[in-house]
Design a protein around this ligand. Structure first.
Ligand code: TXA
Ligand code: MG
Length: 353
């Protein structure tokens, strides 16, 4: 298949291109598009064949449900028969934005889109190109992240092109994704809201708006647990770079010393060593390593923004082994660590004095 690659500027969105992208979706085709979190791989949410095509293009198991993206809160009524008061409050506070909510599914949404579930995930992105595209496509775009299954979610069009060129009809390049991690997912179908995937919108932000307790899905909190996650996609191996990744956690001085020690051993075996580090620690590392700066300790949004891009770059640079510092878990840092731990296959070295 020939994939058309187009570039759009969010300050001056070309209506002709947007209309063409919308037509592709209405005709059952697939278009990758930018959002503020990561790039999405869109198809018509009401067309079961489109959803099947999405699974095929990603190489993704079809029991892993897709998120339905809308551009108008009023459209929520067409995907779910029941909008809880809590959901209305969260939509008022955080939509458009990086929050996905789980609802009971309306019968019109095909099971192919929801991976066979009776519930549906819905999100209204804030990215302007995404919003215009969704409207042009008829208002309901089912989309997972636009990576091949198992790879880090793409935060730039070039990574979408790497994974999807030749597999879909169109890729819209709208520049870098602002947040860089996928949306927070919250399940409102039970009495207590449950966070199924942490993201930029934090537990604290959600519980403040609701004025009530919010809990995390057990599968997120209990790292080594065999509890099945409620978001089916969270169970799959994810975000993995090609090289094995180890997280080293402890006081900064100890972490730098340990990574230098381990990295030098790997170097001696002829391996190309890479380190994902906070700006402050960079001067301490051995000069022979590939060093990836993901920003200051205190700028957790920067690490979130750079993590997936960094993992992709390390693949391209041919790293054989990767060490990463653990990051502060405040704010979006909790979500960054959640993705990093998955990328590391839970391989964490804790240095205790
Ligand atoms: O930021 C995002 O959410 C991006 C952009 C493109 O919007 N999308 C994204 O989609 O990350 P995806 O498919 O890569 O991840 C969706 C996650 C999966 O873990 C899936 O299992 C879960 O959402 N999910 C979808 N529908 C669900 C449902 N009805 N119940 C529970 N989990 C659901
Ligand atoms: Mg994904």
């Amino acid at each position: 298949m020939n994939t058309e690659i187009v570039t759009l500027d969010e300050k001056e969105i070309d209506p002709v291109i947007i209309a063409r992208a919308g037509e592709i979706i209405k005709n059952g085709g697939l278009v990758a598009f930018p959002t503020e979190t990561v790039y999405g791989l869109g198809g018509d949410a009401f067309n079961p064949d489109s959803s099947k095509k999405i699974y095929a293009a990603k190489g993704r198991p079809s029991d892993n449900p897709l998120i339905v993206h809308i551009a108008d809160t009023e459209d929520l009524k067409k995907v779910t028969p029941e909008i809880p008061v809590s959901a209305q409050k969260l939509a008022d506070a955080f939509w458009p934005g990086p929050l996905t909510m789980i609802f009971k599914k309306s019968p019109d949404i095909p099971r192919e889109t929801t991976g066979g579930l009776d519930t549906v995930a819905v999100r209204m992105p804030s990215d302007r190109i995404a919003a215009e595209f969704i409207k042009a496509a008829g208002g309901f775009v089912a989309a997972p992240s636009a990576n091949l299954s198992g790879k880090p979610s793409p935060t730039e069009a070039r990574y979408v092109i790497e994974d999807m060129n030749g597999r879909i009809d169109m890729i819209i390049d709208g520049g870098e994704s602002q947040v860089g991690l996928e949306s927070t997912i919250v399940d409102l179908t039970e009495d207590t809201p449950v966070i199924l995937r942490p993201g930029y919108i934090t537990e604290k932000m959600i519980s403040e708006v609701l004025g009530s307790e919010v809990i995390f899905d057990k599968a997120i909190v209990e790292v080594a647990s065999d509890v099945a996650p409620k978001a089916p996609g969270m169970k799959y191996r994810h975000y993995a770079p090609k090289a094995p990744l180890t997280i080293v956690e402890g006081d900064p001085g100890d972490v730098v010393a340990k990574i230098n020690e381990l990295g030098n051993q790997d170097n001696a075996c002829g391996k190309k060593v890479a380190v994902i580090a906070s700006s402050e620690n960079i001067p301490g590392y051995d000069g022979s390593f590939i060093i990836k700066d993901v920003g200051s300790f205190d700028h957790e949004e920067e690490a979130a923004h750079l993590l997936f891009k960094t993992l992709r770059e390390l693949d391209d640079q041919g790293a054989d082994v990767i060490y990463s510092e653990a990051f502060k878990e405040s704010g979006v840092g909790y979500a960054t660590m959640n993705r990093l731990i998955k990328a590391a296959g839970h391989h964490i070295l804790k240095i205790r004095r």
